[in-house]
Design a protein around this ligand. Structure first.
Ligand code: CTP
Ligand code: MG
Length: 230
């Protein structure tokens, strides 16, 4: 495949579950801000054309990178929810990215994404009309009651965890995100917006070490994984 793809990188969150004054994407990980690892990985991928980073309106920490690995790095301002930020990123893409072009979306907080998983997602999901990286559930799944007691055991088959990157056509994803927003639904990922719009995104199994750094403890895990997931 010779086509290249832009990647929207939502990075406008506050990192409330990590806590502290600085949003998690700017905290140090193996000597660099977390987000720099993510952007280096994405920009090093031969099928990625450029990056659109979505920043918080009051961001004071963005390191003002405008190219990485020879690829353009553009920025725009995001919104209150992740889905608002992704929509803003899609809108800010240059006119050279056509409505029908596929665009990747990848969380700034997932620095351990593997190059081979990005490649496989593109290879399988583009011909399928769009899709996402994920992994089938491995653990037994419990439904809790209000007292924190296990009330039932849920079936595990056909249940997947959703990761990023996700890849969809620019205009279809924008329309799906807009429709969810108009309906007052906060979608937690792109695939959820697409499902609501009647699409069935392809689930592409990826490595489970593509973790989303969410709590302070995840930094140590991500530091361990970084050199092992290239
Ligand atoms: N994100 C965003 N805009 C928002 C909220 C989140 O661009 N309004 C981004 C985050 O910066 C992150 C990704 O979406 O890269 C995944 O979100 P999450 O892991 O939930 O990050 P935060 O929202 O920052 O963390 P928390 O939910 O703990 O506050
Ligand atoms: Mg969040």
């Amino acid at each position: 495949m010779s086509r290249l793809f832009w990647c929207v990188v939502p990075a406008a969150g506050r990192g409330a579950r990590v806590g502290g004054d600085i949003p998690k994407q700017y905290l140090p990980l193996a000597g660099k801000p977390l987000i720099v690892h993510t952007l280096e990985r994405l920009s090093a991928h031969p099928l990625i054309a450029g990056l659109m980073i979505v920043l918080g309106a009051k961001d004071e920490h963005w390191p003002t990178v405008d190219q990485l690995n020879g690829k353009p790095v553009l920025t725009t301002i995001g919104g209150a929810e992740r889905c608002d930020s992704v929509l803003a990123g899609l809108r800010a893409l240059l006119a050279g990215v056509a409505d029908d072009d596929f665009v990747l979306v990848h969380d700034a907080a997932r620095p351990c994404v593997r190059r081979e998983d990005i490649s496989r997602l593109i290879e399988l999901a583009v011909p399928a009309g769009g899709g996402l990286l994920g992994a089938p559930l491995r653990d037994t799944l419990k439904r809790a009651n209000a007292d924190g007691r296990s009330q039932a055991t849920e079936p595990r088959d056909q249940r997947w965890r959703a990761f990023t990157p996700q890849i969809f056509r620019r205009a279809e994803l924008s329309a799906a995100l807009l429709a969810a927003s108009a309906a007052g639904v906060t979608v937690s990922d792109e695939a959820m917006a697409m499902e609501r719009a009647g699409f069935a995104p392809l689930l592409v199994e990826g490595a489970e070490d593509n973790i989303k750094v969410t709590t302070a403890a995840d930094f140590a895990l991500a530091e361990f994984l970084l050199p092992r997931t290239v």
